[in-house]
Design a protein around this ligand. Structure first.
Ligand SMILES: [Zn+2]
Length: 88
């Protein structure tokens, strides 16, 4: 009876250790919010923690913040000024 209890306890702690090590491997840090994100087939948005974070990140890449700045308008304006003076 006493032995059984000890073995049961040992088994529980081993399972807990196994579960914890498994959880540690399957968790990553969400690149968007820094929260723990599940790295598993259950999380289709990995490495993000949720669809919201995934969409925010994709939105950033599509926005002007991440684009290489190009200024074709300035060139057009520059060529228009001498043209206007020629007419006048
Ligand atoms: Zn997140």
């Amino acid at each position: 009876m006493k032995l059984f209890h000890y073995e049961q306890k040992l088994c529980d702690s081993f399972l807990l250790y196994l579960l914890q090590s498994l959880m540690a491997v399957r968790k990553v840090r969400c690149p968007q919010c820094g929260e723990d994100a599940l790295w598993a087939p259950e999380n289709p948005h990995r490495p993000f923690c949720s669809l919201r974070c995934k969409q925010i990140d994709l939105g950033c890449w599509a926005s002007d913040e991440y684009r290489i700045p190009v200024a074709p308008d300035n060139n057009d304006l520059g060529s228009e000024i001498p043209d206007a003076t020629n007419h006048a």
